[in-house]
Design a protein around this ligand. Structure first.
Ligand code: NAI
Length: 234
């Protein structure tokens, strides 16, 4: 039976690969997008996850069109890299507000229906740098590390309702985000990855598909690295 899935930031990159993968698995999949046209074949709902009212409106639209959200993938995220001494408070708080508080907003809205139905899957997209740290990314890595504590607390709160909460921690993945890195930085990063290459968005999507599937029914509070060995399982 198809489930109602919502992927935030699912109009491109990793989020789009996840949305397409779950669609292929037979689910009804909605994606949030902020501007332009939503991707074909998916239900597009306009939503900025920094705005609680927009989050609520997006969920209402998804509920009307494909039923209460049973699988939530909190994928939307941003970077605003800068060395600490030069980082503005706005650069710090806006990254945390999108990556961490944004995930809080959508998870809080999603669990209402999940608790009533006594079933649900929440998957949060973190990053290898959440646990490894990364110079110039104090805001980003703090927000991504925060997702781990957030997920594990939810796993404890919601386990008795048969809701699992897990984190996927991608390493360096071929997307717009990594294409923006200078060539010499890309070569340097690959030297530290045991598998010697960047990953693909599809490789993240496969891990999410597994966590969302019945085969992962007994996995909760886990951090699944998909990083070519960069974080060595943390
Ligand atoms: P991307 O920049 O291509 O896509 C990010 C998506 O999030 C976009 O669709 C964007 O519109 C959406 N988004 C950003 N702020 C939003 C907001 N306030 N409200 C609603 N949507 C918003 O990035 P990519 O590479 O696909 O990354 C997806 C996730 O994976 C992010 O959370 C990122 O931090 C994480 N990640 C990416 C890695 C990489 O190598 N590309 C590595 C590790 C983690």
């Amino acid at each position: 039976m198809s489930r109602s899935v919502l992927v935030t930031g699912g109009s491109r990159g990793i989020g789009l690969a996840i949305a397409r993968e779950l669609k292929e698995a037979g689910d009804d999949v909605a994606v949030t997008y902020r501007s332009g046209e939503p991707p074909e074949g998916l239900l597009g709902v306009q939503c900025d996850i920094t705005d609680t009212a927009q989050v609520d409106a997006a969920f209402k639209q998804v509920e009307e069109e494909q039923g209460q959200v049973q699988v939530l993938v909190a994928n939307a995220g941003i970077t605003k890299d800068q060395l600490l001494a030069l980082m503005s408070e706005e650069d710090f708080s806006s990254v945390v507000d999108t990556n961490l508080t944004g995930s809080f907003r959508v998870a809080k809205r999603a669990v209402r229906g999940m608790m009533r139905k006594r079933t649900g899957r929440i998957i949060l997209i973190s990053s290898v740098v959440g646990l490894l740290g990364s110079g110039g990314q104090a805001n980003y890595s703090a927000s991504k590390a925060g997702l781990v504590g957030f997920a594990r607390s939810l796993a404890r709160e919601l386990g008795s309702r048969n809701i699992t909460v897990n984190v996927v921690a991608p390493g360096f993945i071929e997307t717009d985000m990594t294409a923006a890195l200078p060539e010499d930085r890309q070569v340097g990063i690959k030297k530290n990855v045991p598998l010697g290459r960047f990953g693909s968005a599809d490789e993240i999507a496969k891990a999410v598909r597994f966590l969302a599937s019945d085969d992962a029914a007994y996995i909760t509070g886990a951090v699944i690295p998909v990083d070519g060995g960069l974080g060595m399982g943390h």
